[in-house]
Design a protein around this ligand. Structure first.
Ligand code: FPP
Length: 256
């Protein structure tokens, strides 16, 4: 097995939750004269590697933006290809998820998926629901704004029906209406292929998330790139809007 971590990585200070916008599959394929779906196929291999590394390092939550609400407007052939890859991923990875005690959950509107794929996804989620070592959050047909609107609608219904009063609504109550309820906010958001955008991913959840953007295209994002992103995260100061104490700043500086 490959080296676990570069010397600069402190295994005691890993992010608890890493979220990834996996971008650049199309460009990777185009650069090689391949079809876009070939790029996505290689992207699926990169997913496998990042899940394995996360599990080995002890990262508790890994969220992957696999398909956005906007992706439905891509050409039919590409959408079908991506659905096929998701199906294959679920089939080939289930055994590994069980062996490595990985729980799979999904966020997003899975009612829009082809019904057989939706069933397979639900079966995988059910089969892995008691696994406790790591959670993989698959964002499929997911949009951050849509998620917030859904939460607002559900909350409005509860207010209308007298289950909660308007004054009782605070950030923590609102979070409980999101599809990520029970999952800590991401500490680190990685985006590949250079674009400096959040692209409607985890809008609420990323309020204080450290963002790491790399020019590497997703299919090329291997274990070393992932470890570099984690090391970069550890060199950042996380302040959550506060003024950092002098001693803490010195400690962080010394750790660099
Ligand atoms: C963005 O690249 C990537 C996607 C829209 C899909 C991501 C899917 C995978 C990595 C493979 C399947 C996933 C799983 C979990 C099995 P792009 O097509 O927008 O690239 P471009 O910006 O270069 O065109």
């Amino acid at each position: 097995m490959a080296a676990v971590a570069p010397p600069s990585l402190d295994l005691a200070r890993l992010p608890r939750h890493v979220a990834i916008i996996m971008d650049g599959n199309g460009r990777w394929a185009q650069q090689r004269g391949l079809t876009r779906i070939e790029g996505h196929k290689r992207g699926k291999d990169a997913v496998r590697a990042v899940v394995e590394t996360s599990r080995r390092l002890g990262i508790s939550y890994l969220s992957l933006f696999a398909f956005s609400t906007e992706n439905w407007s891509r050409p039919r052939r590409e959408v079908d290809g991506l659905m096929g890859l998701l199906r294959r991923y679920l089939r080939t990875e289930l055994r590994k998820m069980m062996k490595n005690e990985i729980r799979l959950v999904s966020v997003g509107d899975i009612t829009r998926l082809p019904s057989s794929l939706r069933e397979e996804l639900e079966q995988t989620i059910d089969a892995t629901k008691d696994n406790r070592r790591m959670t993989v959050v698959l964002a499929v047909s997911y949009g951050g704004r849509e998620e917030i609107v859904q939460a607002a609608r559900a909350l409005a219904r509860d207010v209308r029906d007298g289950r909660i009063g308007p004054e009782a609504i605070d950030e923590s109550v609102f979070s409980g209406y999101l599809s990520t309820r029970g999952i800590p906010d991401p500490d680190l958001l990685i985006r590949t292929s250079g674009e400096m955008r959040i692209s409607n991913f985890f809008l609420w959840q990323s309020a204080y998330t450290e963002i790491y953007v790399t020019d590497t295209l997703w299919p090329d994002f291997d274990e070393q790139h992932f470890l570099e992103a984690l090391a970069h995260y550890q060199r950042r100061e996380r302040r959550f809007g506060r003024i950092i104490e002098h001693a803490e700043r010195e400690r962080l500086r010394a750790a660099r």
